[in-house]
Each structure stands twice: as C-alpha cells, then as structure tokens.
Write a protein that binds this ligand. Structure first.
Ligand SMILES: *Cc1c(COP(=O)(O)O)cnc(C)c1O
Length: 363
C-alpha cells in the first residue's frame, strides 16, 4: 500500500503527460514557457476568474515572496499557527521578522481564532492562517480581526488548493494566498513548484518582479528579488493533472467518507466545519495510543505519517524566540496524538477495512 499513490496516477495520465513534456522539450522553452502562462490562466478560471495566479518555484518560496511583496521588514511580527509545517514560520524568520505562534483548535487543527487578538502587539503586521490538511481556516472571522487592527492576511494554502469555504475557493479568500505543487500535495507536479495568488494588481506586479530577480525589464533590477519561477516542465505536468483534478477531489472525498464510516467509533476522526469542503490533503486521526497504532499498521505494511510531531515553538530552529518557554496546550496534545493514514484518490475500500481492523485490535 502506498501513502500517496503517484505511480498509479501516472499510469492513468501517462500519455497526456508525456505528450505535454515532449512539446516543451521540442520547443526548449524551459523558462517562462507558454505552459506557465496557460496554467496561470486555467488556475485563475478554476478559482474565480478574478484572482491572478503566479506560478513559482515552491510553496515555501511562494510564502517568502508574498511576505516580500507585502513589504515585511526586520522586527515586524507575523502571527502563524504553532501547529503547521515549518515553512509557514521559517520564511518570516528568513526576513528577520518575528513569527508569533498562536495555538490551534484541537479538533480542526486550524489556528484558534479566539486566541489571535492576544497575539497582536504594536509590531504586528499580518496573519498567516494555514488551511491545514485540506480545509480552510475561518477567513471571515480572521478578516474581521485583520480589519480591526489593519493587518494583512496570507492564506498558506499549500494543503488546500481545490478546497472551498462558504462556496468560495481556497487561495481566493485573502489579500494574498500561496500554495504548493510538491508531488504529494493534492495537486502535485514532478518536482518542486508552487503558486502565489492575489486580486490586487499592485501586489501581483511586485510578485512577478520579485520571482524574477526584482527585474522590471531585462537586466533592469528595481528591487531585490530571487530566482523563484515555476519551471515550464512542471507547468506542463500540472496542466494535465489540473484537467483531472475536480474528479480526483470527488474521489478523495469518497475515500475520506469511507475512512470516517469505518473509524469513527474507534478513534477521533477529522472534524470538517459545516461551511468547509475539504480537499483532504491528509486524513488525520487522533488517539492517545497513536504510537501503538502506528507500529501495528507498520507491521502489516501500511504506511502512516505524523503531521506534525513537534509544535513550532518547540523546534530547535525557533529556540531563539521567547515562545520557546510558553505553553500551547492544544498543539502539544495534538502533536502527540495525530496519525495521518494513506490518502490519495485511489485508496480502495478493502484497504480501509484492513486499517480499521488493525486499529480495532488496539483500541
Ligand atoms: C508543503 C507545505 C509548505 C511548503 O511547500 P513546498 O512546496 O514544499 O515548499 C508550506 N506550508 C504548508 C502548510 C505545507 O504543507
């Protein structure tokens, strides 16, 4: 059994993918090729027709560039959930700004909106809510806080591209949003890739310049930027996968429903808020016997993963921050109990039954 079955997915789309790749190779348009533009247009239509999509080199670079485009300076404070992948906070530190960790809701794993105001100081400039495991954070409520204190919001949608919130698509919900096309994400390419989103043409103009060395024209550099472009080959792969994505999301939902049916009497199954439609980047259960469950599944060849074993404030990289000694009860508890099960569009019911059977033997 595979945790994320990319081999089977490739077997389904192989002819289309090879054709697209062959076209790029023949044109040798490896940088800023036609496929990148086309992908950006198709993604914009997929979202809402109104949000501009800009391909970039990874989900991490997407966050970095978003912060640069918003003018984040050394010493600025940015509120991030304490329970997420490190990239969300790492980029804040890279710019010598200060990640301020906010605890999460233990049932949804999303930033605890009621705790955000306690994190705000005179130095706060913005909030990066993460739409973790495939479901969106509560952007209407976070938006009210942002408006009250004049803060920007970047949605870290690395795991939620394809999800929706109150009928609107993830990555079209905030002033700026980012996603990742890392192979194992719901929409993944064959290497690193990502995208940045905004409806504000001032911001998207800056973003396009920053990902291309702060260039305004060829060899004319008006700001400090990075090499943060999306490869044409990755865009070619994504064009094929995007065509099948809506169908894959439906399959992911069916897999999640089956998991919940088989597991909800045994362990704590994911809580999806009523206004959310998750894209199921992960199917993450919680149980105090997490380590025993993981070991037993491993024994019978079922791969699992712990997203995430250590809250960010307790990561050595962030020991330099005062949050090292603060307490984040929900992040601490959740990180000891979570276990992500195999999740991709093609998980078979018989394997879900097998997983349920192993778990039943323990709990
Ligand atoms: C994967 C991920 C990222 C980083 O994306 P990369 O493409 O791997 O750089 C950022 N934030 C979250 C929440 C992620 O899951």
């Amino acid at each position: 059994m595979e945790f994320c079955d990319l081999k089977y997915q490739y077997s389904l789309y192989k002819d289309e993918i090879l054709k697209r790749i062959d076209e790029v190779l023949n044109k040798t348009s490896f940088i800023n090729g036609h496929e990148v533009k086309l992908l950006e247009q198709k993604i914009s239509v997929f979202l809402d027709n109104d949000t501009e999509a800009i391909g970039c080199s990874s989900g991490t670079d997407a966050l970095l560039v978003a912060l640069m485009a918003l003018g984040v300076k050394p010493g600025d404070e940015v509120i991030v959930p304490n329970y997420t992948f490190i990239a969300t906070a790492e980029v804040v530190s890279l710019l010598n700004a200060v990640p301020v960790f906010c605890d999460v809701d233990p049932s949804t794993f999303l930033i605890n909106v009621d705790m955000i105001e306690n994190c705000i100081t005179k130095k706060t400039v913005g909030i990066i809510p993460v739409s973790l495991f495939g479901q969106c954070a509560d952007f209407d409520e976070i938006g009210k806080i942002a408006d009250k204190y004049d803060l920007w919001i970047i949605e870290d949608g690395a795991q939620s591209f394809g999800a929706s919130y109150k009928g609107r698509k993830s990555c079209a919900l905030s002033s700026v949003a980012t996603t990742s096309f890392f192979p194992a994400k719901p929409l993944g390419c064959y290497g690193d890739g990502g995208a940045i989103f905004s409806k504000d043409s001032m911001i998207t103009g800056r973003i396009r310049s920053i990902i291309n060395h702060g260039q305004s024209k060829r060899y004319i550099h008006t700001s400090i930027g990075i090499n943060g472009r999306l490869d044409t080959l990755q865009a070619a792969v994504l064009l094929v996968k995007l065509d099948h994505f809506t169908y894959e999301i439906e399959l992911r939902k069916k897999v999640a429903e089956l998991y919940t049916k088989y597991l909800n009497s045994l362990v704590s199954t994911p809580t999806i808020l009523p206004y959310n439609s998750s894209v199921w980047a992960q199917y993450t259960i919680k149980h105090i016997l997490r380590d025993e469950i993981q070991a037993s599944l491993n024994e019978v060849g079922i791969p699992t993963s712990i997203h995430y074993p250590i809250p960010l404030n307790s990561q050595e990289a962030f020991y330099y921050l005062p949050s090292k000694d603060l307490s984040f009860p929900a992040s601490e508890k959740v990180s000891k109990e979570v276990l992500s099960l195999p999740m991709h569009p093609f998980v078979e019911e018989k394997n879900i039954e097998k997983i349920a059977c192993v778990i039943r033997g323990i709990v």
